[in-house]
Design a protein around this ligand. Structure first.
Ligand code: IPE
Ligand code: IPE
Ligand code: MG
Length: 244
């Protein structure tokens, strides 16, 4: 535990900057991804020890399929290796693995280890680790709309019944809370199609640090920063503080 009051329940991270990290060192981009996957292990550990309930990591976007074939292949291999090596640790540490995204596009081997790890860890009661893989926030909303329209066609849903909660229940994240804190590394200040619906009131934290250089210490300082913020959800500060 960190001793930090007002810890975010759900932290989401856009792990960006692997390529630039490698370039700075005259290394191939894949070396940045390899170092990045070591940092993932560190941050999963820091989250678990801090008492974070849900950690969502943006590992691969739907747009990332457009990268050079060799880079996509290397990322997929690293991913399968990560899942294979981390599974025993996830069991020891009671971590439940979930995933969000369009998995049909994944290579069979990656999909198989992913689904197997989800199945094996499904009853774990510790932290929930969510991997966003072949994920697109707009795509997720489209998929939710399709499901709801199908229910409407079958006369199981009327237009009047459609509300924000119903849409949330048809997103890939249906059983998860919205993220409280979204961290993006590498200095870019954009969402890149991540959790568009869910991040309506998420607090944002941007750092220039490239993902392979991100540390447990900086992660804890992001949690500290979050703990000092006032989330107003459209109200006044006085209302939030109960003075009004
Ligand atoms: C993030 O690092 C990893 C993925 C998107 C898969 P990048 O590979 O995007 O690194 P930069 O942005 O090119 O530095
Ligand atoms: C976002 O990073 C996706 C992941 C971190 C997996 P990108 O590097 O793909 O985002 P853009 O293209 O710079 O917006
Ligand atoms: Mg990038």
């Amino acid at each position: 535990m960190t001793g930090i009051k007002n810890l975010p329940g759900h932290v989401a991270i856009i792990m960006d900057g692997n390529g630039r990290w490698a370039k700075e060192k005259d290394l191939p981009r894949v070396e940045g991804h390899r170092k990045g996957s070591e940092v993932v292990r560190e941050i999963v550990e820091a989250s678990r020890k801090s008492g974070i309930k849900v950690l969502t990591l943006y590992a691969f976007s739907e747009e990332n399929w457009n990268r050079p074939k060799a880079e996509v292949g290397a990322l997929m291999s690293l991913l399968a290796e990560f899942l294979r090596t981390e599974l025993p640790k996830m069991m020891d540490e009671h971590i439940r693995l979930c995933a969000v995204g369009r998995f049909s596009q994944l290579p069979d081997i990656v999909r198989e280890v992913l689904l197997e790890a989800i199945r094996i860890t499904k009853d774990n009661k510790g932290m929930t680790l969510v991997i966003a893989l072949s994920y697109s926030g707009r795509g997720e909303i489209v998929d939710a709309v399709k499901e709801i329209v199908e229910l409407a066609v079958e006369k199981k849903v009327t237009p009047e019944q459609i509300d924000e909660d119903m849409i949330a229940r048809h997103l890939y994240t249906k059983s998860l809370p919205d993220p409280d804190l979204l961290i993006r590394t590498s200095g870019e200040k954009r969402i890149s199609n991540f959790l568009l619906y869910q991040a309506a009131y998420t607090e944002l934290f941007f750092t220039k640090t490239l993902w392979p250089d991100f540390t447990q210490e900086e992660f804890l300082s992001a949690l500290q920063d979050y703990s000092r913020r006032e989330r107003r959800y459209g109200m006044t500060s006085e209302q939030v503080l109960g003075e009004d």
